[in-house]
Write a protein that binds this ligand. Sequence first.
Ligand SMILES: [Zn+2]
Length: 422
Amino acid sequence: MLDLIIRGGTLPDGRVCDIAIAGDRIADIAPRIDGAAAQEIDATGDLVSPPFVDPHFHMDATLSYGTPRVNASGTLLEGIDLWGELRDLATVDEMVERALRYCDWAASMGLLAIRSHVDTTPGHLNTVRAMIEVREKVRPYIDLQLVAFPQDGLYRAANGRANVIRALDMGVDVVGGIPHFERTMADGAASVRDLCEIAAERGLPVDMHCDETDDPHSRHIETLAYETTRLGLQGRVAGSHLTSMHSMDNYYVSKLLPLIAEAGISAIPNPLINIVLQGRHDTFPKRRGLTRVKEMQAMGIPVGWGQDCVLDPWYSLGTADMLDVAFMGLHVAQMTHPQEMARCFTMVTETNAAIMGLTDYGLEKGKLASLVILDAANPVEALRLRATRLAVVSKGNVIARTPRADAEMSLSGRPRTVARRH
Ligand SMILES: [Zn+2]
């Protein structure tokens, strides 16, 4: 006996299929599946997608907006200062509570895998303790990866390096860094080398905040590519943000992109945050600050969209909706061709899953039974509508349902209800 059959949904590639689920696995996926299940969901005309994945988030800071006060300048640097106060005020229980509330939002939005950076700067490491507790609590429905993130610098902060090591010893999954925030370019490059060596020794992936600045001379991605190749870390390393590339000289970029491709590094721009934080020192023209997305994709470099922040010292909005993230990315990177729009959807699903190394992901027989049913006919319509998640299935369980919300109309001679599907 099957546990669940989802009937007649349209997959992102356009196939119309039934999906049968037994336990936490996809038992079958085919145009027509005979037999019955304990539960059936009719998805006729709706999009059935593998779940959304966010490869870049800060769960220790989420849902803290306004505490101890708002970021008046709107800059990255004031955000870092504010967070520096907040992280010592927040208790473990408070951080756990905020993170669990955020994970409820994520689950309701079909966002079922998240990579969160965790600040390792404070010696008490309450941030790390809290996020490890959250990782265990949400494990039944969300896969949470944690990155040891020395927010105030590996060398710039007191005990920065020692605290990263302590966090990794406590069971954090990924090695992070912030080379552009070290005191000098030389220290930044040294931090990249040091952190990549730590990752190589421990067999861990690397995901660094890298060149999150408008300074075109911030070229730590070059060192990250070099160290990745030198240490044989290809396929395990991601560069987050890479916003300086927006402002770099074109000739230099023509040399840089092949080095990134050769190193097998993935890129994680965070369009909501990059468009808000970058260009703040400009008058006009004001730079967008997003990295070179289409240009990297043309070189075969995997690029996924990350969310980065929701209601925290750096960003005053957000709803755990990866379609919002992709929607902003589509606009800022001008990915308006139909194939590019569809790719924006793939970036927040399959590409992000590949960047996080989720091997059990996807709508295929034998894979983990996690998926989302959207009130849209196809991926581009899902983006345009930021479509309602009609149902979310995680590891075989229906964990969230949201009713379809068509407007009831009172216009003479016009339809009684209106949906915005087209
Ligand atoms: Zn970040």
